[in-house]
Design a binder for this molecule. Structure first.
Ligand SMILES: [Zn+2]
Length: 416
């Protein structure tokens, strides 16, 4: 299939008239200069598909139901736990499928699903101990989105505290039992995560790190000041220092949120080339705070993005919010360029999920292409640039995508 892209982001920047040859979901040729007789034209600005690197699909059920409550992250968590207590493999599947479908319509071609809802409500495993995880894989297949299922080790309610209430659904008892269950998946789409240093005892962190081998390892980090205080009280060090001690930091690791960090934490994350996944629409929804995105980047960490609780699913808004939040915090503009933010939402995000073959419009890459309408009510009059895509458009301007998602579906060209 030959597709003519009216404008496209290719090396070294946005070009008009790019002819892309796509075979079986892969890019086979990229030619700049407007040729005659192309089979199909994608209007607007075509960019690589988005990687949503941090998702809890079932949190989507809370949208529109939690905004009247006063409180904090911790009071919101009680509402989220009430949903978690009720879910079955069937309702988990339905929620996830519909959430992933929403993601696709907004240009997301890959998702990192941070999955800890493993067992029955009383904590007993299902007949197939991976039934809940398999529901997510099936949901991704049906929605046509590529998934990295980040199976999450979650063993404790806090430092030295056993799981409480609905948390018994999350726990495998210890990290070895978690690793054994995850190994039984025998599916290349499965990766590793630990919920947080709150939820995995210090001496068991290394077990998860070893089980992840050289694949992706994701972990929530310092989203809340209370987590830092409890960690320092229990172990005399910050959560970042605890992860460093366990050998958990590095280029295949993603620290999610990384909101409340010390100078030393920033050096540890940057020096180890760890990814930091910011989820700005969730972080502001939950009153978490504003993390030091630019300082982390300048120290050597790689920014990625996620929609996390799905209060909003719009990767363009996530990109823009990184810059806007820094402006509010610093009273200065111009911390991030549009191309840096787009790299976080595409190329760098795909790599943090272990997808080395996506995130660029280039030969040998997956044909994950999305196009941004440059003639919508929001974008009309702006130049065909990355700045327009990041700072003027919204997910409603993602008008079509071509992708080969999952394992079974062929290449599709769709209009959203
Ligand atoms: Zn999360």
């Amino acid at each position: 299939m030959k597709v003519l892209l009216e404008h496209a982001l290719v090396e070294p920047g946005v070009e008009p008239g790019v002819l892309v040859g796509i075979e079986d979901g892969w890019i086979e040729s990229v030619r700049v200069a407007r040729p005659a007789g192309a089979a199909r034209t994608l209007p607007g600005l075509t960019i690589p598909g988005f990687a949503n690197c941090h998702s809890h699909a079932f949190h989507r059920a809370l949208r529109g139901h939690t905004q009247q409550e006063r409180g904090s992250f911790w009071t919101w968590r009680e509402q989220m736990y009430a949903v978690a207590a009720e879910l079955t493999p069937d309702t988990y599947f339905t929620l996830a499928r519909d959430t992933y479908r929403e993601m696709r319509t907004t240009g997301i071609t890959a998702v990192g699903e941070f999955h800890y809802l493993h067992h029955q409500p009383n904590g007993t495993p299902y007949d197939d101990p991976n039934e809940m995880g398999k529901a997510l894989l099936a949901a991704a297949d049906e929605a046509g989105i590529r998934i990295r299922l980040l199976d999450t080790c979650y063993l404790a309610a806090g430092f030295g505290q056993p799981p409480e209430g609905v948390q018994v659904r999350y726990s495998d008892g210890d990290a070895h039992a978690w690793a054994e269950r995850v190994a039984a998946f025998d599916d290349p789409r499965v990766g590793a995560a630990m919920h947080s240093v709150r939820a995995v005892p210090r001496e068991q962190l290394k077990v998860v790190v070893e089980a992840a081998q050289d694949g992706p390892l994701h972990v929530h980090l310092s989203e809340q000041v209370a987590e830092n205080e409890a960690c320092v009280a229990a172990h005399g060090m910050t959560p970042t220092q605890l992860l460093a001690e366990a050998g958990a930091l590095g280029p295949m690791t993603t620290a999610v949120h990384a909101t409340h960090l010390t100078d030393d934490d920033i050096e540890l994350l940057g020096g180890s080339r760890t990814n930091v996944c910011f989820c700005p629409t969730t972080e502001r929804d939950l009153a978490d705070g504003i993390g030091p995105a630019r300082r982390l980047h300048d120290a050597g960490a790689t920014l990625t993005l996620g929609s996390d609780s799905h209060a909003v699913i719009d990767m363009i808004e996530e990109m823009r919010a990184v810059e806007m939040h820094e402006r509010l915090a610093s009273q200065q503009r111009g911390h991030w360029s549009a191309i840096e933010l787009l790299a976080a939402a595409t190329y760098d995000g795909q790599r943090s999920l272990g997808f080395d073959d996506a995130g660029q419009i280039a030969v040998g890459q997956r044909a994950d292409l999305i196009c941004i309408d440059l003639d919508s009510i929001r974008t009309r009059g702006a130049d065909p640039t990355v700045e327009t895509a990041v700072f003027a458009a919204t997910s409603a301007d993602v008008v079509c995508l071509t992708t080969r998602a999952g394992t079974s579906s062929g290449t599709r060209l769709e209009r959203s």
